[in-house]
Design a protein around this ligand. Structure first.
Ligand code: UGA
Length: 441
């Protein structure tokens, strides 16, 4: 199939590379000429395991192309995907300006009937707005061929995006057009072989499914963090409680890991956007607001623990931080708990020595050179001479450090662990003052 994808961000690149790998001809269009140039020259603008190799393969076979010229790309298009960003506006709602701009371009440039799939995360009703904008532009020039607009949200996890695309749990398509449904069945057949994962539903249901999935996952995290805080106050251990509740199959073990709060480009933004959309539609989504509040508070937990351990005065202290990315296997620091911690530490007059296996360049871009931040080449170097260690991301390389060496490096054997990586009694035996999340101290 000949597929055109608008937007070479995370979703657009993963989708195009995977579709090209199975034989489709895919053209990626973006208005950012530098990014397009980089991609043409084999430079992948994002960190995602396996993606640079797959993009290279696509370019070498000629099945994957990059351009800023949408008119030429659209000449042979059978299916158009919109995967541009939907950043939050002032009240937290998703801003669909870029999506509608692509719709206008399509209305102006299309010369034949196509199916348009909206992959960007957009508020319910946006696909109807996309269809209306395309129709308006087609009508202006008297073009009367039909353009079908479907919702086709993605459920990719950063760090596991290629696997998620190639082996999806479900493929949600919101469209009631039999012809569009046939096209999606063909497009996704290579990823849908052993069991039918395609789910057709109404456009609005598909749009809401995306938000509901992320909101439920975020709710689970805020819920377990709330229970962790209760456990801490009552002398219970959340890690025991987590396993106790997770073994009920109705609850399950996934996504109930307590921690220093959820981050990333999706959960925080989507929970707020869904609450804002509900509010604008006249419904107060109280639960969602509280999920967000609990998360905001949770992101400040590590700082409060540290402040308490230093008698409320962190001035002149140096804190080592392991892990800057919002989760392992990514360099993404958007809404990462590490940022809240670092910024609070700086406000309190402390210094930070930080290490992350891949997010160092990202961190440098965000915070630049500053006296209060030393970016180190290894976990050990970060800990060297620090008054305490704070763990923000559960990278695998942090799971089994040489504790004797670590104790020697640190000025005080003090660890605040935002991911509960270690056993409290073992740490005590090793001579550490160890403080996890919800571990009943
Ligand atoms: C999330 C969803 O998991 C994907 O299904 C969805 O497609 C994607 O958003 C999106 O909307 O594009 P992602 O943001 O990559 O994917 O990250 P997750 O792996 O879901 O983790 C989100 C945050 O929750 C991380 O900060 C992580 O540390 C935290 N988390 C996760 C917990 O604190 N506890 C858990 O048990 C699980």
């Amino acid at each position: 199939m000949n597929v055109i994808i608008f937007g070479v961000g995370y979703v657009g690149l993963v989708t195009s590379a995977c579709l090209a790998q199975v034989g489709n001809r895919v053209t990626c269009v973006d208005i950012d000429a530098t990014r397009i140039d980089d991609l043409r020259n084999g430079r992948c603008p994002i960190f995602e395991p396996g993606l640079p190799e797959l993009l290279r393969e696509g370019t070498q076979t000629g099945r994957l192309q990059f351009t800023t010229d949408s008119a030429i790309a659209l000449e042979k298009a059978e299916l158009v995907m919109i995967a541009v960003g939907t950043p939050p506006d002032e009240d937290g709602s998703a801003d669909v300006r870029h999506v509608l701009a692509v719709a206008r371009t399509l209305g102006r440039q299309l010369r034949h009937s196509v199916t348009v799939a909206v992959k960007s995360t957009v508020p319910v009703g946006s696909c109807d707005r996309v269809a209306a904008v395309i129709r308006e532009e087609l009508d202006k020039r008297g073009a009367n061929f039909p353009v079908e607009v479907a919702s086709n949200p993605e459920f990719l996890k950063e760090g596991a995006a290629l696997k998620d695309f190639n082996k999806p749990d479900r493929i949600v398509v919101g469209s009631d057009s039999p012809q569009a449904q046939r096209q999606f069945r063909t497009l996704y057949a290579p990823f849908n072989r052993n069991r039918d994962r395609l789910m057709f539903m109404s456009v609005r249901s598909a749009e809401l499914t995306k938000y509901a999935a992320n909101a439920l996952l975020a709710t689970r995290i805020s819920f377990i963090n709330e229970i962790a805080n209760i456990a801490e106050h009552m002398g219970a251990d959340i890690e025991e409680v987590r396993q106790g509740i997770g073994s009920d199959p109705r609850i399950g073990h996934h996504f109930i890991y307590p921690g220093c709060g959820y981050g990333g480009s999706c959960f925080p933004k989507d929970v707020r956007a869904l609450a804002a959309a509900a509010r604008n539609g006249g419904y107060r989504a109280g639960l969602l607001a509280e999920v967000e509040n609990v998360n905001q508070r949770q992101k400040r937990t590590m700082f409060h623990k540290l402040a308490e351990l230093f008698g409320g005065d962190l001035r002149g202290r140096t804190i080592a931080i392991w892990g800057l990315a919002f989760k392992p296997e990514t360099d993404d620091m958007r809404e990462a708990p590490s940022r809240e911690l670092m910024e609070q530490l700086w406000r309190a007059g402390a210094r930070v020595r930080a290490y992350d296996p891949v997010a160092m360049a990202q961190c440098r871009r965000i915070y630049g050179e500053r006296e209060s931040l030393v970016l180190c080449d290894s976990a050990e170097e970060a800990a060297d001479g620090a008054d305490a260690l704070a763990i923000c991301t559960e990278w695998r390389c942090f799971w089994a450090p040489d504790f004797a060496e670590l104790k020697q490096c640190l000025r005080r054997p003090l660890i605040v662990d935002g991911r509960n990586l270690f056993q409290p009694d073992y740490m005590r035996d090793q001579g550490f003052s160890y403080h996890g999340i919800g571990r009943g101290e």
